[in-house]
Design a protein around this ligand. Structure first.
Ligand SMILES: C[S@@+](CC[C@H](N)C(=O)[O-])C[C@H]1O[C@@H](n2cnc3c(N)ncnc32)[C@H](O)[C@@H]1O
Length: 487
C-alpha cells in the first residue's frame, strides 16, 4: 500500500512532499526558473479545464484551442489523444490519484487536479516515458497551480511505481463480489451506467464488459453517401475510405478532417454514424399501405437523419416536414436539407394538431428521434459519461413520451411511427415506448423492425424492436421501435 501525499488541497500552500527540494545544486529554484510547457500539452490542459470549468464539449472546444495555439500535425494528434483519453479515463485516473494523494479528488484544487489527470494518463495509458510525463506535468502545475508543484510531483512519482493493470488490480473491488464496481473502475464508467447497460444486455456481464471496452475506443468517422447524389462505392473510392458493413450509404473514413472533403462541401455526403443511417432508412423502407408521400421528422436538429430522409424523399416522390424546437438547430437542419423537398419548422413537436403545418393524422411516416441521455454514443463524447446523471432521466423520459404521443397523433391510421434513441437505457427505450403509446390512447401494432435492417445483420435479438450496439455492430447504440397506427 503506498503512502498518501500531502499538500495541493483547496487553499493549501502546497509545499508538500517533493517540493522545496529544488536547491541550487539540483537545478534552478522555482523563482529563477521560467516555467514552460509544450503547446500540445497546454492545449490539452486548456480543453480539459474548459470542459470542467465551463461545461464545454471537448470536440467543440479543442479544435479552437489547437487553431488559436497553432498546434498542428503530430502535436495536434497528441493533444487530441491526450484530451479525449484523459476525459474517458477519468474514473480510473481519479481513483488512482485519490489513492496516491490520500484524499478525494474533489478536495484537490481544480487546476492541479486537471493537470494531475493529464499526467497520470500519460504515465499509465500513453507511451510517454514516465520521467517526461512527470516533469512536463510538474511544469504545467507550476504555471496553473504554482502552490501545488511539490504535491503534484510527489503524487505523479507515486503513480509511476505501478502500471495501469497493477493499479486497477489494487483499487478495483473484486469482480466475484462486486462485478459492477469492478467493471466500472476497470473500464472508467460510472456505476449507474454500467448497471443500465447490463440490464439492456439482458444481464450479461460478459457482453457489458465488451461494450465498456468498445466505449473507450475512438470511433472511426462514418460518412453518409446521399442517395441520388453519390453512390457509397464511388464515394469510398473518392475519399480513400471503404464502404460500410451494413448501411448501403455508409463509408468509413480513414482519419482526417471530414470537413475538408469536397463531397461534404458540395452536399453529396454528410458525417453520420452508421446506426443512425440504418434506423432512418428502416422507417422509410417499412412496407406501408396507401399514400406514402407525407413524411415527418419530429426532432430533426441538427439534421443528420433529415439529410438522409430528404434525399430518399426526393427519390421516392415524398415530402419531408422537419421539426426542431431550437432556433439554432433548426437553422442547421435547413442547411442539411438544402435542395431536397423538405420544409423546416422551428416549433415544438408536441404542437401536433395546434399548427396548420402539423395536422393530426396528416402524415404517412413519422420519425421521433427523441432527445435522450446519449448513453449509446459515449465513444464520441468523452466527457458525457461523467456529465450525465440518473436525475437527467425523468425530464427526458417525460419529453420522450410526450413526443411519441404527438407522433402517434400526427400519423394517419395505417401509417408508421419510428421511435429512435441513441441510448440503450431501457427506461428511455422500452418503457418510453410503452408509456408513450399507452398515454396516446391510440391503437398501434408493433412492426418487427429486424427485417427492415440489412439481411444478415447479426445480433438483432428477438424483436420486434431493435437495439444496435458498438461491440456487436460497430455502430452507436441506437434503439428503434416501429409502430403502425391501427385506428
Ligand atoms: C436526438 S436529437 C435529434 C438528432 C437528429 N434527428 C439528427 O439525426 O441529426 C433530438 C433533437 O430534438 C430536439 N427537441 C427537443 N425537444 C423538442 C421538442 N419538444 N420538439 C421538437 N424538437 C425537440 C432537440 O433540440 C434535438 O435537436
Amino acid at each position: 500500500m503506498s503512502a498518501p501525499v500531502r499538500g495541493g488541497g483547496r487553499g493549501e500552500g502546497g509545499r508538500g512532499r517533493g517540493e522545496g527540494g529544488r536547491g541550487p545544486g539540483r537545478g534552478p529554484s522555482n523563482r529563477d526558473r521560467r516555467p514552460t510547457v509544450d503547446p500540445a500539452r497546454f492545449a490539452a490542459y486548456e480543453a480539459i479545464a474548459a470542459v470542467h470549468r465551463d461545461d464545454a464539449y471537448a470536440n467543440l472546444v479543442l479544435p479552437h484551442i489547437l487553431t488559436d495555439r497553432d498546434v498542428r500535425g503530430r502535436d495536434a494528434a497528441f493533444a487530441t489523444e491526450l484530451t479525449y483519453g484523459t476525459l474517458r479515463s477519468l474514473g480510473t485516473l481519479d481513483a488512482i490519484i485519490a489513492h496516491t494523494a490520500g484524499r478525494e479528488v474533489d478536495r484537490i484544487d481544480p487546476p492541479a487536479r486537471d493537470a494531475l489527470r493529464l499526467g497520470a494518463y500519460q504515465i499509465l495509458n500513453m507511451r510517454v516515458p514516465a520521467h517526461a510525463a512527470v516533469s512536463s506535468t510538474v511544469d504545467l502545475v507550476r504555471i496553473v497551480a504554482p502552490g501545488a508543484t511539490g504535491f503534484a510531483n510527489a503524487v505523479l512519482r507515486e503513480i509511476t511505481t505501478r502500471d495501469l493493470d497493477a493499479w486497477v488490480e489494487e483499487l478495483a473491488p473484486a469482480y466475484e463480489t462486486d462485478p459492477i464496481g469492478n467493471l466500472a473502475l476497470t473500464n472508467s464508467h460510472p456505476q449507474w451506467i454500467v448497471r443500465a447497460f447490463q440490464e439492456a444486455l439482458g444481464g450479461s456481464l460478459e457482453e457489458t464488459s465488451r461494450l465498456l471496452i468498445e466505449d473507450n475506443q475512438a470511433p472511426s468517422v462514418v460518412l453518409c453517401a446521399r442517395p441520388g447524389r453519390v453512390d457509397a462505392v464511388d464515394l469510398a473510392e473518392e475519399v480513400g475510405g471503404s464502404p460500410g458493413a451494413f448501411s448501403p450509404y455508409a463509408v468509413y473514413l480513414p482519419g482526417g478532417a471530414p470537413g475538408d472533403l469536397a463531397a461534404i462541401r458540395h452536399g453529396r455526403a454528410h458525417v453520420q454514424d452508421e446506426g443512425s443511417q440504418l434506423v432512418a432508412a428502416a422507417l422509410v423502407d417499412a412496407p406501408i399501405e396507401g399514400d406514402d408521400t407525407r413524411w415527418l421528422d419530429l426532432c430533426a436538429g441538427p439534421g443528420g437523419k433529415a439529410g438522409l430522409l430528404g434525399a430518399l424523399a426526393a427519390q421516392r416522390g415524398a415530402h419531408l416536414t422537419a421539426v426542431e424546437v431550437t432556433e439554432h438547430r433548426a437553422g442547421l437542419v435547413s442547411k442539411a436539407v438544402a435542395g431536397y423537398p423538405v420544409t423546416v419548422l422551428h416549433t415544438d413537436g408536441r404542437n401536433v394538431g395546434r399548427e396548420t403545418d402539423l395536422p393530426e393524422q396528416g402524415f404517412d411516416r413519422v420519425l421521433v428521434d427523441a432527445p435522450c441521455t446519449g448513453l449509446g454514443a459515449l465513444r464520441r463524447r468523452p466527457e458525457a459519461r461523467w456529465r450525465r446523471q440518473p436525475s437527467d432521466l425523468p425530464p427526458l423520459t417525460k419529453l420522450q413520451r410526450e413526443l411519441l404521443t404527438a407522433a402517434l397523433r400526427a400519423v394517419r391510421p395505417g401509417g408508421l411511427v419510428g421511435y429512435v434513441t441513441c441510448s440503450p437505457h431501457t427506461v428511455e427505450t422500452h418503457v418510453s415506448v410503452t408509456e408513450g403509446t399507452r398515454r396516446a390512447d391510440i391503437e398501434v401494432d408493433f412492426v418487427d423492425a429486424r427485417p427492415l435492417l440489412p439481411a444478415g445483420m447479426p445480433g438483432l435479438g428477438t424483436g420486434p424492436t431493435v437495439q444496435l450496439w458498438p461491440h456487436r455492430h460497430g455502430t452507436d447504440a441506437m434503439f428503434l421501435a416501429v409502430l403502425r397506427r391501427t385506428s
